[in-house]
Design a protein around this ligand. Structure first.
Ligand code: SAM
Ligand code: SF4
Length: 316
């Protein structure tokens, strides 16, 4: 379906839980989130119905996210049922990877085509400092399990944080020469979690400066600027929500685990669908798509997101 600015909305990010087994400083408060009652959250049946309503409006691509989607007990059933909704051509998962050693193959068998794994550093000590949990080995084992499971594509997402991992840009990019995977560097977004200083917000261009070998590639229809290291098996991408706004190419809508449609990641506007039947959900999807703003508004270290939610309660 086209939004009010002529953009074709074909991509749904479905958050299946607010809970997580990590506590990344840029995403989640140290104490986690208060556990909410089951009645407040979407049921599996409602998630499948919502995906079906979305598909009837032209949504073709689905990303399952969270919180950490793999901590959800019925995650395999959610993946299997949503991936087989008519009209959904591709279902992917974004995960911190910690539970992938056990779940990579079952996810593949449930119809997941691609996985994105968040890994901001290759240093165990720094990982524990940023994620507030000592799970580096599990995350790396999860990445290896994903590569072995035979997904169509595996991506590593690294949030760029000045003074934390800017010195690791070459090592993270080097993963694309050693393994058949893509790496995406994402600018840190000023959400309500975390108390990062101005120096932490570094531009995506830092990646290009640190990697003079990079060769530009044709865009692949996503919001990333793409490059490749000579001889690499995968691409290096830069996602710059702050320094290089890509709202004119936005094709997505988000559904939170508590059943709110978010027309824009950084806007407080939400459209509830919890408790509705499929026709009611479809009407809310239409309203939310038509309410998508032209752009997310100014976003910088001094102008934080107006999302009114931490990232774990949206889905990234
Ligand atoms: N738990 C899963 C994971 O970490 O991949 C899925 C949910 S997480 C909210 C989705 C993505 O959002 C992750 O790649 C994470 O790094 C990113 N993210 C979270 N907070 C962010 C922030 N403040 N700025 C930029 N990216 C952020
Ligand atoms: Fe959890 Fe993902 Fe947020 Fe980290 S970024 S706290 S892994 S939801």
């Amino acid at each position: 379906m086209l939004d009010s600015f002529g953009r074709n909305i074909t991509y749904l990010r479905l958050s299946v839980t607010e809970l997580c087994n990590l506590r990344c400083r840029y995403c989640m408060p140290e104490d986690g989130v208060p556990k909410r009652s089951h009645e407040e959250m979407l049921t599996e049946e409602e998630m499948v119905m919502a995906v079906s309503a979305a598909a009837s409006l032209g949504i073709e691509k689905l990303r399952i996210t969270g919180g950490e989607p793999l901590v959800k007990k019925n995650i395999l059933s959610i993946c299997e049922k949503t991936a087989s909704v008519p009209g959904i051509r591709e279902t992917c998962v974004t995960t911190n990877g910690v539970l992938l050693p056990k779940l990579a193959l079952p996810l593949k068998n449930a119809g997941i085509r691609r996985v994105n794994i968040s890994l901001d550093t290759l240093d165990r000590r720094k990982y524990a400092q940023m994620a507030r949990r000592d799970e580096f080995d599990a995350a790396v084992a999860g990445l290896e399990a994903a590569l072995a499971a035979g997904f169509e594509r595996v991506k590593v997402n690294a949030v760029l944080i000045g003074g934390f991992n800017d010195d690791e840009i070459p090592a993270l990019a080097e993963l694309t020469r050693r393994y058949p995977l893509d790496v995406r560097f994402i600018e840190l977004m000023p959400m309500c979690a975390g108390d990062f200083k101005r120096e932490a917000f570094i531009s995506g261009d830092t990646v290009v400066r640190k990697l003079p070998e990079l060769v530009a590639e044709e865009p692949d229809g996503t919001v990333a600027r793409l490059y490749r290291l000579p001889g690499a098996l995968g691409s290096v991408g830069i996602i710059s929500p702050l320094s290089c706004n890509f709202c004119d190419r936005c094709d997505r809508i988000r559904l939170t685990a508590d059943g709110r449609l978010k027309p824009c990641l950084h806007s407080p506007a939400e459209f509830p669908i919890k408790g509705l039947d499929e026709a009611g959900m479809r009407r809310q999807f239409e309203a939310a798509i038509l309410a998508k703003p032209e752009w997310h508004g100014a976003l910088s270290d001094s102008e934080p997101s107006r999302a009114m939610r931490a990232m774990n309660r949206i889905g990234g």
